[in-house]
Design a protein around this ligand. Structure first.
Ligand code: G3P
Length: 225
């Protein structure tokens, strides 16, 4: 399962990329609005932080397929290879996906709440389909189960598309999907930090280091003892 940052806070992205094995960054219009800067200014900064090879996903905002295709062209032109225009999985979006895929553009189908949206997106040639785990949970359904069902539909129908699960609230949702082997999960910065936030882990490392310094002297490490 790829691990992707769902954020446009460039400071947070820099920190997380430095620490964790990250495969890319996703944004959506609301995330860009939160950054409060011109969209391509922040997206280009993200591209420069993550380098040319990691994935960057940025969403189209036009309402019809012609406008969505134009938005997608601009996104790819500005942000280069390994950039995935995110296209909402609505009727005009499926039409735009077919056009873009025929041109060789790799697309992420987004705003997915139901397995059949995922099925249609994959049939339209999307590379990723993004179900919104926590938002589905908040509607009284089971977001993790929806993501698993979409993953199963892709495998059962031999569709060349991966689930890119989005909208997470906690580590348990991430764990279940990692165990199931879905393609990717995109997580907000606090959720990524929360994956290993555990006092038992921190305390274990502190005790190891204190014991070792008792042996060789305060402040000394393997490198200098
Ligand atoms: O891009 C879609 C998804 O990441 C939204 O997450 O937390 O706003 O439900 P959230």
């Amino acid at each position: 399962m790829k691990l992707i940052i769902d954020d446009a806070d460039t400071q947070a992205i820099r920190r997380l990329i430095d620490i964790y094995p990250i495969d890319g960054v996703t944004t959506n219009p609301s995330i860009l609005a939160k950054a409060g800067r011109p969209p391509f200014e922040v997206l280009k900064e993200i591209r420069s932080i993550i380098g040319p090879d990691l994935e960057l996903h940025a969403q189209v905002v036009a309402n019809d397929s012609t406008g969505m295709v134009a938005d997608a062209h601009r996104i790819v032109d500005e942000l280069g290879p390994h950039t995935f225009p995110k296209v909402p999985s609505v009727p005009q979006g499926f039409k735009a996906m077919k056009t873009l895929v025929a041109e060789g553009v790799k697309v992420t189908a987004t705003a997915i709440y139901t397995p059949l949206q995922g099925f249609l997106a994959a049939k339209a040639g999307a590379s990723y389909a993004a179900p919104y785990i926590n938002r589905i949970d908040n509607m009284g359904y089971n977001g993790v189960q929806v993501a698993k069902t979409i993953h199963d539909i892709f495998r059962a129908n031999d569709l060349d598309c991966e689930v890119l699960a989005a909208s997470f609230k906690n580590s348990q949702q991430v764990l279940e999907l990692a165990q199931y082997g879905i393609g990717a999960a995109t997580l907000g910065s606090p959720i990524i930090d929360g994956l290993v936030k555990n006092q038992a882990i921190t305390a274990a490392v502190e005790v190891f280091n204190a014991d070792f310094q008792g042996l060789v002297g305060a402040g000394r490490t393997m490198a200098d003892c």
